[in-house]
Design a binder for this molecule. Structure first.
Ligand SMILES: NC(=O)c1ccc[n+]([C@@H]2O[C@H](COP(=O)([O-])OP(=O)(O)OC[C@H]3O[C@@H](n4cnc5c(N)ncnc54)[C@H](OP(=O)(O)O)[C@@H]3O)[C@@H](O)[C@H]2O)c1
Length: 261
């Protein structure tokens, strides 16, 4: 496909979903800004995508888990004349284990990235999009955001924030020409479990999806202007079943399914 002349900013583009978002958007003809801490995998990906498609790819090595990065990235890209038409708010991670047994700072860093940085980026780039009257924002939440999840207590709560924040923004920004879509994947084969420190449970091994189809489902939902999507019928059924199940039961089931022993 010919270069669309548009730019997509993808956070967390050094592994997992972020790499597949980059591949899919480059194949659609978008220029890309890739952001994460590990630069080498993004540079290799950039070279591959520039060779395969007629697109430009800019790599930014940045720790996003700190205050101020949203406005910083916006002014850095503004200075280079790069106008971001699509923001993929994907960078994030989970911490597996009981909350009080984790060092507090690790949890606070995770909340900074999963919620506050995502909020800042959405404010900076979403604000610019609303002023222009066009743009698209995809927020990566999780099926874990549909209920409380013991052993991922703070992580699943952070994803509940992303889910509800994104669905609210969908309504606020639609009349201003900006589409906001929340993608809530279930367990997927990326580096997620390695980073969270969890050995895959039998349940997770049975239901695990591949990253590429999840990303395609998310982008299709964004293109169709949907508020929210849960990829995979089993994940969708799980999210729906929570509407029928008392919350006291939901969290006990989640606890059972997450157990490593
Ligand atoms: N895979 C799943 O089962 C699953 C399910 C539901 C939701 N999700 C969500 O999907 C999103 C992507 O995760 P993934 O599954 O693709 O896992 P992944 O392979 O571990 O990718 C996470 C990405 O986030 C980046 N990242 C982490 N900390 C960062 C920081 N401080 N600054 C900048 N970038 C940072 C990582 O890059 P660097 O390490 O290079 O910085 C990496 O590119 C996350 O929001 C995750 O919560 C995943």
């Amino acid at each position: 496909m010919a270069n669309s002349g548009k730019w997509a900013l993808i956070t967390g583009a050094s592994s997992g979903f972020g790499v597949d978002f980059a591949r899919e958007l480059a194949a659609r003809g978008d220029n890309l800004v890739l952001v994460a801490r590990r630069v080498e995998p993004m540079q290799a990906l950039a070279a591959e995508l520039e060779r395969a498609h007629d697109v430009r790819v800019k790599v930014i090595g940045l720790d996003l888990a700190r205050t101020g990065v949203g406005a910083e990235l916006l002014s850095r890209l503004d200075a280079e004349g790069i106008v971001v038409d699509t923001l993929i708010n994907n960078a994030g991670y989970g911490l597996f284990g009981e909350f009080v047994d984790q060092p507090l700072q690790r949890t606070l860093d995770m909340l900074q990235l999963n919620m506050l940085t995502l909020t800042e980026l959405t404010h900076a780039f979403g604000g610019a999009m609303a002023r222009r009257g066009s743009g698209r924002i995809l927020l990566v939440a999780s099926i874990g955001g549909y209920q409380s999840t013991p052993t991922y207590a703070a992580y699943s709560a952070s994803k509940s924030y992303v889910l509800l924040f994104g669905e609210a923004l969908h309504e606020e920004l639609r009349p201003r020409g900006v589409t906001v879509t929340v993608l809530s994947p279930g367990i997927t084969a990326t580096e997620f479990l390695k980073v969270s420190g969890q050995k895959a449970t039998l349940y997770q091994r049975l239901v695990m999806m591949r990253s590429r189809p999840v990303v395609r489902i998310g982008l299709r939902a964004l293109e169709r202007g949907r508020a929210s999507v849960v990829p995979g019928w089993l994940n969708a059924a799980t999210a729906w079943s929570n509407r029928l199940m008392p919350r006291s039961v939901q969290r006990k089931v989640a606890f059972l399914l997450m157990r490593n022993d």
